[in-house]
Design a protein around this ligand. Structure first.
Ligand code: S3P
Length: 168
């Protein structure tokens, strides 16, 4: 098996689901934003503020090439824009975690650390822009996916079980 690559919009729960999937499958999980933060020794928010989005996307490209070349049997949780990397299909099986924009917003806002969750995501601060971005991306996520999993109103345990039954 190559890797399992989780894609989907900001706040959909990729990290939480990746960790539950890791628990159920005993595969290790990595997160592309975490890899970028350790590469630069900066938070994603700082990278956006200091060097801009274009530079952040270059770092995503670097990570994408490294994942393709050097990583296997791993669950890869990705940033919401990582799906645009040209080699993403070569990294592993693409699992799109699908949810409506309103359910994503609710999930973030209901979280005890909601303010922190919003503050660390530069592209989520302006809700109008975030909704536009969601609309632009939703079909692209679907088109690139090998498997689409509906995650709305479901527990991460249930979602991970479905992924395991379909892939592993
Ligand atoms: C982004 C999503 C973020 C992070 C960066 C850009 C995007 O990751 O990579 O802020 O373009 O959608 P999450 O999806 O984990 O929030």
């Amino acid at each position: 098996m190559k890797n399992i690559v989780l894609i989907g919009f900001m706040g959909v729960g990729k990290g939480t689901i990746a960790r539950e999937l890791s628990r159920q499958s005993s595969l290790v999980t990595v997160d592309t934003d975490d890899l970028i933060e350790s590469l630069e020794n900066k938070k994603v928010r700082e990278i956006f503020e200091e060097s801009g989005e274009k530079y952040f996307r270059e770092l995503e490209k670097k990570i994408a090439l490294w994942l393709e070349k050097s990583v296997k049997d791993t669950i890869v949780s990705t940033g919401g824009g990582f799906y645009k990397q040209k080699n993403i299909k070569k990294i592993g099986k693409i699992v799109y975690l699908k949810s409506s924009f309103d359910a994503i917003l609710k999930r973030i806002c209901d979280h005890p650390n909601a303010q922190k969750k919003i503050a660390k995501r530069p592209l989520l601060k302006d809700l109008k822009k975030a909704k536009k971005l969601y609309k632009e991306r939703v079909d692209e996520y679907k088109n690139i996916a090998d498997i689409i999993i509906d995650v709305e109103n479901r527990s991460s345990i249930e979602i991970a079980k479905e992924i395991v039954s379909k892939i592993i």
